[in-house]
Ligand binder design. Structure first.
Ligand code: PRX
Length: 677
C-alpha cells in the first residue's frame, strides 16, 4: 500500500511529557452508588468475546426490530453494527422516557446573562418541541429520510431540539461549530449537499450579543458559488418574536422558526424506523489536507456505544445533574451532552456562554444552583479556571461525585488541582481519550473499578483493544517507555462508518498504513490508526503525547495546519505559509504562522494583521495564530521543502539541530532573532 507522508513536526514531537504518577482511589461512597462495579466486565468484553460483548450496550436501547447480525464485516473497513435492527435515536432519547420521567428536566439551559436565570425543559416539553419542529422540517422545509441538513448553531436548547427533530425524521444533521465562519459553514454545506440551513439570529458570548445571522448569509452565498443552492434558511430567534440581529432576512429564503412553528402547534410525528446502520449525523473534522472530513456516524451503533459509556464511564443515573461544558458543535457535545446522556434519561446542562464570564466563580455558581454532581470539561478550561481563580471552587457549596477531562493531555499538576479544588478530593475523575471519528471513549477508567492516574487516560475501554505500532509496523510492548502510533485492533459500535462521500480517503487515512490485507473482510486485518502517539505503561494505562500528523489540538479543538496555511494563502501578498504548533499555558497548543511574501511586497504590521484576520474569516477565531511572522524566506531543504521542524524548534525555544544541510542555513539565525529576540 502507498506510504503516506507523515509530518516532520508533529504535536507528539514537541510534547513536553511527564513521568508515571501514582494511583488515586475512588471513594467508597462513589463506588457504593456506581452503575458499574463488576470487574468481570473486562472479561466479558475481551477479544475472545468480541463482537458479541456489545449486545450489552445494544440492550440498553429500545428497538422496533431486534437486529440479527451483530457485526457485518463484508465491506471492511466500513463496518456495520446491529444489522437488521430497526431503531430511532429520537425515540430512544425522548419518547421512551415519558412514562417514567415526563416531568423531569431533560435540559437545564443556562443563558449567559445572569439576569435571565435558568430554563428547565422537561422530557414532556422536549417531546412537544421536538415533534412540532420535526413537523415543520418535514412539511415546511420538505426534508425527508436520508436528506442532509446543515446546522450552524450556538449553545442554545434549540440546538439539541433541532438535532433530535432531524433524528426523528431520519434526516442526517451536520452541525457546524457556532464559532466557525460563514466560509467554513459553506464548505460543509457543499460537501454534505444540504439545501436547508438552520441557524440562530444571535447568542451571547462574554457579555456581547453576537450577530450570528450574518454568517448564514455568507455561507449561503459562498455555497451557491460552489454549486450548492440553499433554498431555505430557518432562523431560530434568541428572543422569540424580537429581532436580535441587524442582518436582514432574505425574502422567500429566510424564515423565523418561531413564526412558522405556530402552524405546527400540537403536531406529532411518528419516528422513522431507521436501519441500525443508517447515518445519524455528520461531524466534520480537520485532517491532513485542507478539506475537512465529514465523519459519518451510524444510528444503532453510535447510540448504543454512547448510551453504554455514558452509563458506565460517566456514571450517569436519571437522578443526577450532569454538566458537560463542551460545545455541542463538537463531537463531545453530540455524544456526551445530547445522545448518550438523553438515551439514559439524564438531566443535561446546556450553558450558552463562557465559563469564566463574568468572573471566575460563574461555573461553580451554576454547579451550586443546579445541584450539578457530574462535571465534564477539557484541560484548557481547567487551566483557565485555575489561572483566574485557583481558590474559587471551594467557596461554593456544590458536590461533584464524578468529573471528566477530555480532548487533550492533562498535565498531572493541573489534574491535581482539578482533583483537590474542583472535586474537593471527593470526585472520581476519568480522563477520556477519543476522537470525532470514534464516536465515544477509547481509553479511560471505569471509575469504580480502575484507579485514577494523573496524566494517563487509562486502559482501553471494555471492548476496545489498543495496540501500539512503530513506524515499521512492529508492536511496541507496554511498559518499555517507548512511544509509538496507537491503533485499535478491533472495530466498535461507536466508530464512524466512513468519510461522507469519500471511502478511499477513509481507508487511506485510518487503515492503509497498518492494514494486513487490503482485500480482507476479517476485522482482524484492519487495525484503526488513530493518528496519535502514545506510551503504554506496564499496567496498560495509556499516556497520549499528541498528534503524529498535520493536526494541532488548540484548546481541545482540532485544526488542520494545512487548513490554516490555505487560509493564509488567500491573502494576495502571501507566497508561502507554514503553520507549526507551539506549546501554550492555557490552550495546550497554539498555531504559529510563518509566511513569506511575493516579490515587491513589504512586511508590515498591517499585513500581518490582514493575514490573521483572513484566517478568522476563512475558518473562525479559534484558528487565529499566536503570531504571524513575516519572514524573508522559509528555511528549506535543497529540494525546496519547507523545514517546519526548524520553525517549530525556534517557536518552542528548542534546539533546531543541524541546519547546515539546508539550502539557506543563514535564514535560520535571522528568523531566530526575530522570534526569540
Ligand atoms: O490527539 C487526541 C486528542 O484530541 C484528538 C481528537 O480530537 P477531536 O476529534 O476534536 O475530539 C476531541 C474530543 C474527543 C485526539 O486524536 N485527545 C482527545 N482526548 C484526549 C486527547 N489527548 C490526550 N488525552 C485525552 N483525554
Amino acid at each position: 500500500m502507498a506510504e503516506k507522508e507523515y509530518t516532520e513536526t508533529s504535536e507528539a514531537q514537541i510534547a513536553v511529557h511527564w513521568g508515571e504518577e501514582g494511583y488515586y482511589m475512588p471513594s467508597v461512597k462513589f463506588i457504593a452508588q456506581a452503575n458499574m462495579t463488576d470487574e468481570t466486565i473486562y472479561d466479558r468484553f475481551s477479544l475472545d468475546n468480541f463482537p458479541n460483548c456489545y449486545k450489552e450496550y445494544a440492550d440498553m436501547l429500545d428497538w422496533y426490530e431486534y437486529w440479527d447480525e451483530i457485526l457485518d464485516t463484508s465491506d471492511a473497513p466500513c463496518f456495520k453494527w446491529f444489522k437488521g435492527g430497526k431503531i430511532n435515536a429520537c425515540y430512544n432519547c425522548v419518547d421512551r422516557h415519558l412514562d417514567e420521567y415526563k416531568n423531569k428536566t431533560a435540559i437545564h439551559f443556562v443563558p449567559e446573562p445572569i439576569e435571565e436565570g435558568y430554563q428547565h425543559i422537561t422530557y414532556q416539553e422536549l417531546f412537544v418541541r421536538v415533534n412540532e419542529f420535526a413537523a415543520l422540517l418535514r412539511d415546511f422545509a420538505g426534508l425527508k429520510r436520508g436528506d442532509r441538513v446543515t446546522l450552524h448553531m450556538p449553545m442554545v436548547p434549540e440546538l439539541p431540539i433541532t438535532m433530535l427533530a432531524c433524528a426523528r425524521l431520519g434526516v442526517i444533521h451536520s452541525q457546524v461549530f457556532g464559532g466557525f465562519s460563514g466560509r467554513a459553514c459553506a464548505d460543509r454545506i457543499v460537501d454534505s449537499g444540504s439545501r436547508v440551513l438552520i441557524t440562530t439570529d444571535a447568542y451571547y458570548r462574554s457579555g456581547s450579543l453576537i450577530d450570528h445571522k450574518q454568517n448564514a448569509d455568507i455561507a449561503v452565498d459562498l455555497a451557491g458559488k460552489d454549486g450548492q443552492t440553499v433554498d431555505k434558511v430557518l432562523v431560530w430567534q434568541r428572543y422569540p418574536g424580537k429581532a436580535s440581529s441587524s442582518t436582514p432576512m432574505a425574502d422567500g429564503r429566510d424564515y423565523f422558526v418561531n413564526d412558522v412553528l405556530k402552524d405546527y402547534y400540537g403536531a406529532r410525528v411518528e419516528p422513522e424506523k431507521m436501519n441500525a446502520e443508517d447515518p445519524l449525523f455528520l461531524m466534520y473534522t480537520s485532517g491532513t489536507t485542507g478539506k475537512p472530513k465529514g465523519c459519518q456516524h451510524g444510528t444503532g451503533g453510535f447510540l448504543a456505544y454512547t448510551a453504554g459509556t455514558s452509563k458506565y464511564v460517566q456514571d450517569i443515573h436519571p437522578t443526577d445533574v450532569y454538566w458537560c461544558m463542551a460545545d455541542i458543535g463538537w463531537i463531545t457535545g453530540h455524544s456526551y451532552i445530547v445522545y448518550g446522556p438523553l438515551a439514559i434519561a439524564a438531566s443535561s446542562v446546556v450553558y450558552e456562554g463562557v465559563p469564566t464570564y463574568p468572573d471566575a466563580g460563574r461555573a461553580w455558581r451554576i454547579a451550586q444552583d443546579l445541584g450539578v454532581n457530574i462535571f465534564h470539561t477539557a484541560p484548557t478550561a481547567i487551566r483557565a479556571l485555575r489561572k483566574i481563580g485557583p481558590d474559587e471552587p471551594v467557596k461554593y457549596n456544590y458536590e461533584f461525585k464524578h468529573m471528566t477531562t477530555v480532548g487533550e493531555p492533562i498535565e498531572p499538576e493541573v489534574w491535581k488541582w482539578y482533583y483537590e479544588y474542583v472535586g474537593k478530593k471527593k470526585a472520581a475523575i476519568v480522563d477520556t481519550w477519543w476522537q470525532t471519528e470514534t464516536g465515544g471513549f477509547l481509553c479511560s477508567t471505569i471509575p469504580a473499578i480502575k484507579p485514577m492516574k494523573p496524566g494517563s487516560a487509562g486502559p482501553g475501554m471494555p471492548g476496545i483493544h489498543p495496540i501500539v505500532y512503530d513506524d515499521e509496523g512492529n508492536e511496541v510492548e507496554p511498559g518499555k517507555g517507548i512511544a509509538g502510533n496507537i491503533c485499535i485492533q478491533n472495530p466498535w459500535p461507536g466508530m464512524f462508518q466512513t468519510i461522507w462521500g469519500d471511502r478511499d480517503r477513509f481507508v487511506d487515512t485510518y487503515f492503509a498504513r497498518y492494514c494486513k490485507d487490503p482485500k480482507s473482510t476479517n476485522w482482524q486485518d484492519w487495525p484503526y490508526m488513530t493518528g496519535d502517539a502514545a506510551v503504554v505503561a506496564e499496567d496498560g494505562y495509556v499516556r497520549i503525547l499528541g498528534r503524529i500528523d498535520d493536526v494541532i489540538n488548540v484548546s481541545g479543538h482540532r485544526l488542520g495546519t494545512k487548513e490554516i496555511e490555505s487560509a493564509a494563502l488567500v491573502v494576495e501578498e502571501v507566497a508561502e505559509a507554514a503553520v507549526i504548533p507551539v506549546a501554550h499555558e492555557i490552550k495546550g497548543k497554539e498555531p504559529d504562522l510563518y509566511v513569506s511574501l511575493k516579490p515587491g511586497y513589504e512586511a508590515t504590521d498591517e499585513l500581518a494583521k490582514k493575514v490573521s484576520d483572513t484566517i478568522s474569516s476563512e475558518i473562525g477565531k479559534i484558528a487565529k495564530p499566536r503570531k504571524v511572522w513575516i519572514v524573508k524566506d522559509m528555511p528549506k531543504t535543497r529540494s525546496g521543502k519547507i523545514m517546519r521542524r526548524v520553525l517549530a524548534a525556534i517557536s518552542n525555544n528548542k534546539d533546531e539541530g543541524d541546519v547546515t544541510t539546508l539550502a539557506n542555513p543563514e535564514i535560520v539565525e535571522e528568523i531566530k532573532k526575530m522570534v526569540q529576540g
